[in-house]
Write a protein that binds this ligand. Structure first.
Ligand code: UGB
Length: 555
């Protein structure tokens, strides 16, 4: 009874609306109706950014300025079935040099943005940037435990709010009869409804009105395992602010047919237009059906003209509230029944309605200002979604999206950023871990407090610095300056904010080396096996500065 009441109250319009929607979508599916019938796809226009140029630097500063008016929403209710990890993905190390997990990395980045933004505003006000985490029955308790056992990674506990999404009822047939739990015929069987639930939850929790009354302007949505995301956030928020976008989707260049959705402009025969993510398995058939016989193909750039949706969205709070006032957060749904045969009269197993957060613009009026921001993949996107076996099968040239590539992408991005700032960084070497060929760059990591945007990096290094390929460099501290450092080995610098540390001269030691580990070797923890390597710490120079003052670090 309780469960029925919950199923009823957690769906906009209740179970009655759910069943009505299901009947319609199931009838459409049986009739083979294409949801994009009547729409013609075309390439939308948006902002294409180049890391490090004047425009990028200007946008990053605008983004940091705006960040004090933002709220972050992390969707983390997914089980990560494709990854097959036994724990929650937020607890996975983003990289194993420091071992910081995704949630820690995200929270530290938000705190750094908060500090930088308040400083730019004159340092008077100290606004806390709120973080909402959408969880599910599968992820809620371990997410809370992760936060509590780590003192919320430095956030004030009241700054973080967990909103749990409910599952939806499963359906047995085309009439949307509710399916009973095979193990308990007095229970309705339920399954996840998808990340689109986040909009209804934010609406029904009253969170949006609370944010509005606190003067917030932007809501930033992001996913659970993208270790590069915060390198893309400041500039993208800068784009939203300068363009006044109601919706800004972050995107990366995408190979034709790559398994991520494509941002597409859809124009209906009746004149309606929208800029929306079209999932990759629908984009190719849609193009073929509308006069592009080859479907989704790469253009002269070597990429599909339809940029890849990385599901990081920036919404303008004013228009978001207005829209949700009309829809109560209900999002366009879809159904994907597995039929027993071509008569499409019965299912192999029960089905349910699903929804995706990026479908939010589908109900917006044509006057809405919907755009997107494309950034280089190396800077913005390296999720951890696939288990080693599946990742190894990804066709050459397409991203593996594994724990291996997620970690390597962080080192590559940091190396390329330092290079762009003038540091000489040795070329990477190629290696194969868990059957995936990757570039191994020096293992460089820094805390977000050291550098949040490119201008921070440029202020803290100079072109007299050098880092060899086999090196590891870890910087923890706001005021650490690399001034002519030549590193061939491992250097770890920890410093409190009040300690100003100048790192100079040549530092050489045996360093930390990567040892191959096979993912099937159960003598290693799962977090290590899944990336195919382990860091062996042979020798390092580690210095910690815990007192205020000016210091010089040399070998
Ligand atoms: N998630 C929830 O919070 N609740 C749910 O019920 C389900 C998921 P997946 P997906 O990045 O390349 C998306 O499973 O849905 C969270 C886009 O739709 O990792 O297959 C979950 O915890 C696609 O267009 O991805 O694909 C995670 O944080 C493309 O952009 C997030 O939702 C693709 O991501 C995404 O869930 C991509």
């Amino acid at each position: 009874m309780l469960k029925v009441a919950r199923l009823n109250s957690s769906y906009p319009g209740g179970l009655k609306a759910y069943i009505q929607n299901a009947r319609k979508l199931l009838a459409d599916s049986k009739a083979g109706k294409n949801p994009y019938d009547g729409f013609t796809p075309s390439v939308p226009s948006g902002e294409v950014l180049t890391f490090g140029d004047d425009n990028f630097i200007k946008l990053e500063e605008a983004g940091v300025r705006e960040a004090k008016n933002a709220a972050f929403v992390l969707v983390a209710g997914g089980l990560g079935e494709r990854l097959g990890y036994k724990g929650i993905k937020l607890a996975l190390p983003a990289e194993t040099t420091t071992g910081k997990c995704f949630l820690q990395q995200y929270i530290e980045s938000i705190l750094a943005l908060q500090e930088a933004s308040c400083k730019l505003a004159g340092g008077q006000q100290h606004m806390q940037i709120p973080l909402v985490i959408m969880t599910s029955d599968d992820t809620n308790a371990p997410t809370l435990k992760l936060l509590e056992s780590n003192s919320y990674f430095g956030m004030v506990p009241s700054q973080v709010k967990l909103l749990k999404q409910e599952k939806v009822a499963c359906l047995d047939d085309n009439d949307a009869r509710l399916a009973l739990d095979p193990n308990d015929k007095y229970k309705i069987q339920t399954k996840p409804h998808g990340h689109g639930d986040v909009h209804a939850l934010l609406y029904s929790s009253g969170m949006l009105y609370h944010w509005k009354s606190a003067g917030r302007k932007w809501v930033l949505f992001f996913q659970d395992t993208n270790g590069l995301l915060f390198k893309a956030i400041p500039a993208s928020l800068g784009v939203s602010a300068t363009k006044g976008y109601d919706v800004n989707s972050l995107a990366v260049p995408r190979k034709a047919k790559e398994a991520i959705g494509g941002i597409t402009k859809l124009t209906h025969a009746d004149g309606r237009t929208m800029v929306i993510n079209v999932e990759y398995n629908q984009l190719d058939p849609l193009l073929r059906a509308t006069g592009h016989p080859d479907g989704d193909v790469n253009c002269e750039t070597g990429y599909s003209p339809y940029p890849g949706n990385i599901n990081q969205l920036i919404l303008k709070l004013d228009s978001y509230i207005e829209e949700l006032g009309k829809t109560r957060g209900a999002i366009a749904e879809f159904v994907n029944p597995k039929y027993k045969d071509s008569s499409k009269t019965s299912f192999k197993s029960s089905t349910r309605l699903e929804c995706m957060m990026q479908d939010y613009p589908k109900t917006l009026p044509p006057s809405a200002n919907v755009g997107f921001t494309v950034m280089d993949t190396w800077l913005a996107y390296a999720p951890v979604k696939n288990n080693p076996e599946d990742a190894a099968k990804v066709p050459k040239g397409n991203p593996h999206h594994s724990a291996t590539t997620g970690e390597m992408a962080i080192y590559r991005a940091n190396s390329l950023i330092l290079r762009k700032a003038g540091v000489q960084i040795a070329d990477p070497v190629n290696d194969v871990f868990n059957g995936q060929e990757v570039e191994v760059w020096p293992r460089i990591t820094w805390s977000p407090m050291w550098a949040l945007i490119f201008a921070d990096v440029k202020r803290k290094v100079n072109d007299k610095c050098f880092v060899s390929q086999r090196s590891t460099l870890v910087i923890n501290g706001q005021n650490v300056f690399l001034d002519g450092l030549s590193l061939d080995g491992t250097l770890v610098v920890n410093a409190i904010d009040e300690a100003e540390v100048k790192v100079v001269g040549s530092i050489q030691n045996k360093g930390w080396v990567l040892k191959h580990v096979d993912y099937k070797d159960t003598s290693f923890p799962e977090e290590i096996r899944m990336r195919g390597f382990k860091i062996e710490k042979l020798e390092q120079l580690e210095k910690s500065y815990t007192e205020p003052g000016n210091f010089c670090l040399s070998s």
